[in-house]
Design a protein around this ligand. Structure first.
Ligand code: 7RM
Length: 648
């Protein structure tokens, strides 16, 4: 794919207001241009100045960057601790008694932790983990609902120099097991359940099933959240409320090297096996802190709400590490946006006087569908800045967000980034950038993106191509856990010195980037990256299935919806009950969020002569379009016609 069709042409422009610009951390295009130019002309002095000023070091670094493509190491010789940078740093001044976390449970309870209180909880949890044998360099899996303890658990691991692997609570026991095994986690932190849609959603059964096949796990720490009954393995299982409550509230932070593993987070690739994305300490901290400050313009007065789950990178970077390093007040919410009513988010914005709100386009499209009356019922006057992340936002949803939520007063930052990038790479700066609905606009400091063709040559303005990043940045992934070969191939296999994002993009005449979505076999469903291969593997693991091909089709609500083309073993009848059974099977194997929207039975799948499934053709069929693309490599043309006839 040398060029990518890009049909979206959007002419509207929105300048930041004079009032916003006047108060912002960074104001005006000239300030951005100057700093951006410096960051590219002399990156070592740019990053080293920031790292010295913005991070709390136990031992100063000696070398800014060691770049041996495709591997980068930052701030060598330096030592620090991530939890000290999020917490201890604020304890010597007036922030110590400022709210760090305000949490709202779905049933409605509210808990607030000041920086001092959060520090005590993290110290207690770190002592409890240490007593259970967790040491510097170990991995700990976290499988929890959105309760304050998930933040405490992450920071407690970091305090010990142990790496966390947060697994989103929506993942199945099988997915959890695979991640625990790949990380070789020796301890799992979980809860009896979490409240979703008015009921306790259990988590412990999945942990029990996963641990049965993961002998590396020696201990399981369980937060009592819902009070639902749980099964118990004596000696292995411990109640958080018992061991953490008993522990001492003081624990010095373990100083680690700048490149010490902070966490792994698993993300979908183009093969069945998820990749453990590796983020290390100093570069990640600096990059998430700087982007939080400039993109969200965080100030001490802000109440900042990112609606992501801590199980995704957005939760790591823009609930925990970025905002806490900035000393922000972070709102955390456990539940769903329509419990007990579809205005829950807007009610919460009014209740907590939220000033900065960050959510996903799929959520915005859902709110559009639920109707204007819900946001109109609540007081949104505290808001000053809005953000989006996870997928391209369509201009209609952008305009609704701008009008109904931002009241045409709040800048919108459309932030483009990935699990691998650690933090935001392309985004407006709210006091600087004139926005265009649907564009992530301009690169952050030190980031040099380019749109290139298959040969790696820059595309002309307004021509679609592949999005690459031409130099390393502090927040980038360091490798794939246990699989450096996969790191090299996936991200630097096409272009040896440029990071390949897997996204298509175009840059317009003003230098604004427009992200066109994935160019590989990765789908984006409600902002969740899902690999077609993973879902295919899950389908084929069902005894009735011979072969499966999965594609994303455009969906007004979720961005993409999953359509699975399935051939059954010859004696299997094609029943609706089988469709439902297969959907349930995928939900069990991967998680409910990966459940296919549609199962289509087929006699055969379109393949190339070498036997590769031509998903491109299936995408057209799933979208109900005539195939316009090249079918000359198709082995058996009649397969396509038969697939169309099979349509329901
Ligand atoms: C943060 C996150 C990454 C993929 C990425 C894109 C898509 C994310 C935007 C976007 C258009 C955006 N990490 N994506 N943000 N597309 N505009 N502002 O989502 O690893 O889970 O997904 O998400 O395709 O490659 S992720």
């Amino acid at each position: 794919m040398t060029t990518i069709e890009s049909l979206l042409k959007e002419e509207r422009r929105f300048e930041p207001s004079a009032a916003f610009t006047a108060a912002a951390h960074l104001s005006g295009g000239a300030a951005y241009d100057e700093l951006y130019r410096r960051s590219l002309e002399d990156p070592e002095s740019f990053w080293s100045e920031r790292a010295r000023a913005d991070l709390l070091w136990s031992k100063p670094f000696e070398q800014v960057l060691d770049w041996r493509p495709p591997h980068a190491r930052w701030f060598l010789g330096g030592q620090l601790n991530a939890s000290a940078n999020c917490l201890d740093k604020h304890l010597s001044g007036p922030r110590r008694n400022k709210a760090a976390l305000i949490w709202e449970g779905e049933p409605g309870e509210i808990r607030t932790y000041t920086y001092l209180q959060l520090h005590r909880e993290v110290c207690k949890a770190a002592n409890a983990l240490a007593a259970l044998g967790v040491e510097k360099g170990d991995r700990v899996a976290i499988y929890m609902p959105m309760i304050p303890e998930i933040v405490v658990a992450m920071l407690a691991c970091a305090r010990l120099g142990a790496a966390h692997t947060v697994v989103f609570g929506g993942f199945s026991a099988e997915a959890l097991r695979d991640r625990i095994l790949d990380a070789q986690a020796k301890l799992v932190i979980t809860a009896d359940g979490g409240f979703r849609r008015g009921a306790a959603l259990p988590l412990k059964p999945a942990v029990d099933a996963a641990c049965e096949q993961a002998p590396c796990v020696q201990n399981v720490l369980v937060v009592r959240r819902c009070g639902n009954p749980v099964s118990w393995v004596a000696g292995r299982d411990h109640w958080w409320q018992e061991v953490v409550e008993r522990a001492l509230p003081v624990r010095p932070a373990t100083a680690v090297d700048s490149e010490h593993l902070l966490f792994t987070l698993y993300t979908s690739g183009t093969t069945g096996k998820p990749k453990g994305i590796v983020h290390t300490t100093a570069g990640y901290l600096l990059y998430t802190q700087m982007t939080s400050r400039y993109v969200f313009d965080l100030k001490d007065e802000d109440v900042y709400w990112c609606t992501a789950d801590c199980g995704w990178i957005t939760g790591h970077s823009y609930i925990v590490y970025g905002p806490l390093q900035c000393g922000a007040t972070v709102l955390l919410y456990e539940g769903t946006p329509n419990t007990p009513h579809p205005g829950r988010f807007w009610e919460m914005i009014g209740r907590h006087r939220v000033t900065v709100f960050y959510t996903a386009p799929t959520a915005i499209r859902t709110f559009v569908k639920w109707g204007d009356e819900h946001p109109l019922r609540f007081d949104l006057s505290s808001l000053r800045l809005l953000g989006t992340v996870g997928e391209p936002i369509n201009p209609e949803a952008w305009m609704w967000y701008h009008r109904l939520i931002g009241k045409e007063r709040c800048p919108i930052v459309d932030t483009w980034w990935q699990t691998e990038t650690g933090g935001i790479l392309i985004s407006p700066l709210p006091g600087v950038t004139a926005t265009k609905p649907g564009s992530a606009t301009k690169p952050f400091f030190g980031i040099e993106p380019e749109v290139v063709n298959e040969k790696g040559e820059a595309c002309a303005a307004d021509h679609g191509g592949l999005l690459v990043i031409k130099r390393p940045w502090p927040g980038m992934l360091r490798t794939v856990y246990n699989d450096d070969q996969r790191y090299r191939e996936t991200y630097f296999g096409r272009f040896p010195t440029m990071y390949f994002t897997g996204d298509g993009a175009r840059r317009d005449k003003d230098g604004y980037f427009w992200i066109l979505g994935r160019v590989d076999d990765v789908m984006n469903v409600s902002g969740h990256r899902l690999s077609t291969m993973e879902i295919e593997s899950a389908l084929v693991s069902h005894e009735a299935v011979a072969e499966a091909a999965v594609v994303g089709r455009p969906d007004a609500l979720t961005g993409q919806a999953i359509t699975a083309f399935v051939t059954l073993h010859s004696k299997e009848p094609k029943l609706d009950s089988m469709r439902e059974a297969l959907k349930a099977h995928v939900a069990k194997e991967i998680g409910a969020f990966a459940r296919p929207a549609e199962i289509r039975f087929a006699e055969a799948l379109p393949k190339t002569r070498s036997g590769k499934i031509m998903r491109r053709l299936l995408r057209d069929i799933a979208a109900g379009q005539q195939t316009v693309g090249d079918t000359t490599t198709l082995e058996d043309l009649s397969v396509l016609a038969r697939l169309r006839e099979d349509e329901d």
